[in-house]
Design a protein around this ligand. Structure first.
Ligand code: SF4
Length: 314
């Protein structure tokens, strides 16, 4: 193996990086995970011609997740039609939806032995259906070919076209996830082509169509200039549209050209967000420096079902 490739795998599995950005506070340093299945996951992805948001977004958890044998699949290409300032995914013209992609993804899930699969996409404002059809085809094929597997989709806002939310929900995912990402005041700074209320409507629509054992989920980053009070207010609004699961994690600048980190939230404050979220009635709130919306998604899903059923029987 070339030394360049070895270096990449070492970085993915938590080894030293040549990156010289400012040092993080001590709670953002963590031990190097074992290499484990990291190489195997990369090989499966390469063979399937599949993308992951883990790689494209330069997620800081790649080492841990790949080495645990998991990843979050990115469908509909690796170029986004929007230009959010916190995101590392490349921008530009994306290819036509690939009709074979759902089958290749299902094969990768089978090979990786996943029991819970997370599928997301770049935002495809160029497509008439925003990519909703490809999500629906992927969910249906996974359910048909791998009946025991639960499917979580993390969708874009579809430009607020609620009929496209219906298309995804009709395919019956187990988790419908749409990230609000940040508080309304910060949207124009980091997400100028999106709208907080539009995202709430997407979640509200999905919640209206939810059947038994299906959960709606959202995620936020902190460190983009929001206040703690604004975070709690956003949580309140999410509960107002019946969102049941929430993830909150520290924003980390993925590239020099990306929006700078405005603050590092302490582990104590993340715990306070979790307590606040439980008090507001979420089934599950996972908050922590390295939490991302698909981080340990299988465990989060199980936890939400358990706590949702506690609530129903209370
Ligand atoms: S947290 Fe999600 S996006 Fe990040 S590496 Fe893990 S599975 Fe991939």
């Amino acid at each position: 193996m070339s030394s360049k490739k070895e270096t990449k795998i070492a970085e993915l599995c938590g080894g030293n990086s040549a990156d010289a950005r400012p040092r993080h506070p001590e709670w953002l340093r963590r031990p190097v995970p074992k290499v484990g299945q990291g190489r195997r996951v990369q090989e499966v992805l390469r063979k399937g011609g599949l993308h992951t948001v883990c790689d494209e977004a330069a997620c800081p958890n790649r080492g841990e997740c790949f080495c645990r044998g998991t990843a979050t699949f990115l469908i509909l290409g690796d170029h986004c039609t929007r230009n959010c300032r916190f995101c590392n995914v490349a921008h530009g013209t994306a290819p036509k939806p690939d009709p074979d992609e759902p089958a290749r993804l299902a094969e990768a899930v089978r090979t990786m032995g996943l029991s819970h699969v997370v599928v997301t996409s770049v935002t495809r404002d160029d497509l008439a259906d925003g990519g909703a059809g490809q999500f629906a085809r992927t969910i249906r094929l996974l359910k048909q070919q791998l009946p025991g597997v639960t499917v979580e989709v993390l969708v874009p806002d579809f430009g607020g076209a609620l009929n496209l939310v219906d298309i995804v929900m009709e395919a019956r995912p187990d988790v419908f996830n749409h990230n609000i990402e940040t508080v309304p005041r910060v949207y124009p700074l980091v997400r100028p082509q999106a709208d907080f209320d539009r995202s709430l409507k997407v979640l509200e629509r999905a919640a209206e169509l939810v059947r038994e054992n299906v959960v709606t989920k959202s995620g936020m980053m902190v460190g983009l200039g929001e206040t703690d009070e604004e975070v709690v207010e956003a949580m309140r609004k999410l509960r107002g549209v019946q969102c049941r699961v929430l993830t909150i994690g520290q924003y980390l600048q993925p590239a020099r050209s990306a929006f700078p980190v405005r603050r590092y939230v302490t582990p104590d404050q993340f715990s306070a967000f979790e307590r606040e979220g439980k008090a507001l009635g979420f089934d599950t709130v996972v908050a922590g420096p390295f939490v991302r919306s698909s981080y340990r998604a299988a465990e989060v899903f199980d936890d939400s079902l358990e706590h949702g059923s506690d609530r129903e029987h209370a």
